[in-house]
Design a protein around this ligand. Structure first.
Ligand code: P6P
Length: 311
């Protein structure tokens, strides 16, 4: 009798995409699936270099800054180049916005999608071995789009897919498509495949964790101070504090354990620190589609806070 523990009906990301796209019926052209193949290749490559960074002297600074003023790590530059080349060679992307690129990249060819990304978010933590991640969002352009930066000046609600890959003990990809569920895939390094390990992820209500940089509390407005003081005093069991400072890691924990993640706008960052296009919007789509009823999203007038509150 074959050991029933051996999984012989494995759902890889490739199979998941094929089966999902079939569900779209004849409208599926396969372009989105091929774009996702290029995406997953970039995640596998970035995971490889992050895992080996210390061994091949890839940690440390590249000696440059990106457009938003962040000091670039060597891996920021390499991760970005891997991502750009993968998107460009897929032939399915028309416009690419990357945190590490000065301007939006417009590719020749018949691409119908725009991709926004932060190739290695949280890279300031890399030298300490803290989990970092790639955040991405995908917009479907109009067929007659000629391709220009303005094409991606869209609200997050227009995203057709979004997700992130966290490079931790294993590479964990979280992917959601418009109106669909949130699914988690774990990279099997031996097979070189992302395997569906967390189907239909939904935030549990059970854990009370709050995740915010309290070092900024002196800069918060009164409402923010009151809120976080309340949850620290609430009931017989106050919330536990967990803050990694790497959004993908904090978000993945929030998705798995529930709770609140926030980066409130404050006197230092009046419009919030997190970038709306390739950090907040994709993450908000994942959290919004992966939540049980009763989860509240708050957007302030000046910036998008991601307050994922569990009632
Ligand atoms: P702070 C990383 O630079 C990042 O963009 C997010 O990954 C993270 O959540 C945030 O900044 C951390 O910012 O000010 O708390 O160090």
């Amino acid at each position: 009798k074959v050991n029933s523990e051996i999984q012989t009906d494995i759902i890889t990301l490739t199979r998941y995409l094929t089966e999902t796209q079939h569900a779209l019926g004849s409208t599926a052209t396969g372009d989105f699936t091929l774009l996702c193949h290029a995406l997953q290749f970039s995640f596998k490559s970035i995971a490889y270099y992050i895992r080996r960074a210390t061994l091949i002297n890839l940690v440390g600074l590249a000696g440059s800054e990106n457009k938003t003023g962040d000091e670039q790590k060597k891996l920021d530059v390499i991760g970005n180049e891997i991502f750009v080349n993968s998107m460009k060679s897929s032939g399915k992307v028309k416009v690419l916005v990357s945190e590490e690129e000065e301007e939006a990249l417009v590719f020749q060819g018949a691409g119908k999608y725009a991709v926004v990304c932060d190739p290695i978010d949280g890279s300031s933590n890399l030298d300490a071995g803290v989990s970092v991640g790639t955040i991405f969002g995908i917009f479907r352009l109009d067929d007659d789009a000629e391709g220009k930066a303005e094409d991606v000046l869209l609200p997050g609600t227009e995203l057709v897919a979004a997700g992130f890959t966290m490079y931790g003990a294993s590479a964990n990809l979280v992917l959601t498509m418009k109106g669909g569920s949130v699914n988690g895939f774990t990279l099997d390094n031996a097979l070189g495949e992302f395997i569906l390990t967390h189907p239909n992820m939904r935030m549990p209500k059970s854990r009370a964790i709050y995740s915010v940089n309290e070092g900024n509390s002196r800069y918060w407005d009164e409402a923010c101070k009151d809120y976080f003081n309340t949850i620290k005093e609430k009931g017989e069991k106050p919330y536990s504090a967990r803050y990694i400072g790497s959004m993908v890691a904090d978000a993945y924990r929030t998705l798995c354990y529930g709770g609140i993640f926030a980066y409130p706008a404050d006197k230092k960052s009046p419009k919030g620190k997190l970038r709306i296009l390739y950090e907040c919007a994709p993450m908000a789509m994942v959290m919004e589609q992966g939540n049980p009823p009763g989860v509240l999203f708050q957007k302030s007038s000046t910036s998008l806070h991601i307050l994922v509150m569990m009632n």
